[in-house]
Ligand binder design. Structure first.
Ligand code: PBE
Length: 323
């Protein structure tokens, strides 16, 4: 059952723009197209294809049209990529936004054709199991460092829905657990089914989450999430566990800022999708005193980074600068 988020004045249900590659750079930057001659190295596509490493780093700007393939505009990793463009003086570069599903599709297509591509990546994520990828060094820390994923609930939830609060408070797993669910979904298993499979195989872990919760009788609880692969996995698992103790669970997908606002306003009961302290720092700081942070559900194993296929001859974001 989906909640109508428009009622809070936010026409925000995330639009799944499964755009084809290249359409829709949505900031007005004019980039790339007219700057094809300022590379000056004489190093062209042909040189970059072969992977015999002569110690030189290929410059991929022109080939990728000075574009980093991003995800939804509200994602922290998009802001981090924009920060990197500034921190590393990547003149003429921009981040193309769409959705995380569209980004992984574009990455998969490029990978199959061994073409260069740069994406806003994060881990855990099934793409690292399915493809041979690397995260570029980031000496300026534009993408932050290893962080945790927190569970955040609305004020008053503990009093109103104590059993649901207890489950959310106890929810904790590992990046490897999350990966298992994500990978199955990426292989075509339905989200809910992949979540149920993980629960069935990990009853000992799940029983710790429900240890302090009794049964309830059909009360409803609203979970907010953004349809990033990681959060699709976690939210589906938590929703099924809440259902197993008797809740009717509404899962509502929305953009990141709306997710934080919904919890702060009390329009949603909880979420398991806050990446801290870096990725969602801004949203968190704005609303910190309007919700309850229950701490990490994935502890210190999450990270963002500019991600490329391993066949690309580049190791650091610094290598993108043309000087
Ligand atoms: N992500 C996945 C989110 C947090 C979870 C890395 C795409 C973001 O960048 O906001």
């Amino acid at each position: 059952m989906k909640k109508n988020w428009q009622r809070i004045g936010l026409a925000s249900a995330l639009s799944f723009t499964l755009v084809a590659a290249g359409c829709g750079t949505d900031d007005g930057d004019d980039n790339g197209a007219d700057s094809t001659d300022d590379n000056g190295t004489g190093e062209e596509a042909d040189d970059e294809e072969d992977s015999d490493d002569n110690g030189e780093t290929a410059n991929y700007g022109e080939e990728v049209n000075y574009t980093i393939v991003g995800i939804d505009p509200g994602a922290g990793v998009v802001a981090a990529a924009e920060q990197a463009i500034e921190d590393y003086d990547l003149e003429g570069w921009s981040v193309q936004t769409s959705s995380s599903a569209a980004m992984t599709q574009e990455l998969t297509n490029a990978y199959e054709n061994e073409e260069p591509i740069l994406v806003t990546g994060w881990t855990p994520h099934w793409k690292f199991e399915a493809m041979d990828l690397k995260i570029l060094d980031d000496p300026e820390l534009s993408f932050g460092e290893a962080e945790s994923i927190h569970t955040i609930v609305r004020e008053g939830l503990e009093e109103d829905l104590p059993e649901g609060f207890a489950v959310l408070d106890n929810f904790a797993w590992t990046a490897a657990d999350m990966d298992e669910v994500m990978l199955e979904i990426s292989e075509g298993v339905a989200e809910e089914e992949a979540a149920q499979n993980w629960i069935d195989a990990n009853e000992d872990v799940v029983s710790e989450w429900t240890a302090d919760a009794g049964e309830v009788d059909g009360e409803s609880i609203d979970l907010a999430y953004v349809p990033w692969e990681t959060e699709i996995a976690s939210t589906n698992v938590v929703a099924l566990v809440l259902e197993s103790i008797g809740y009717e669970v509404n899962m509502s997908s929305m953009e990141a800022n709306i997710m934080f606002t919904a919890i702060a306003n009390g329009d949603a009961d909880g979420m398991v999708a806050a990446w801290l302290p870096y990725t969602h720092e801004e949203y968190y700081a704005q609303m910190e005193d309007q919700f309850v942070d229950l701490g990490p559900n994935v502890d210190g194993e999450a990270a963002l980074g500019l991600t490329v296929p391993s066949y690309m001859n580049i190791d650091s974001i610094e290598d993108l600068r043309e000087d």
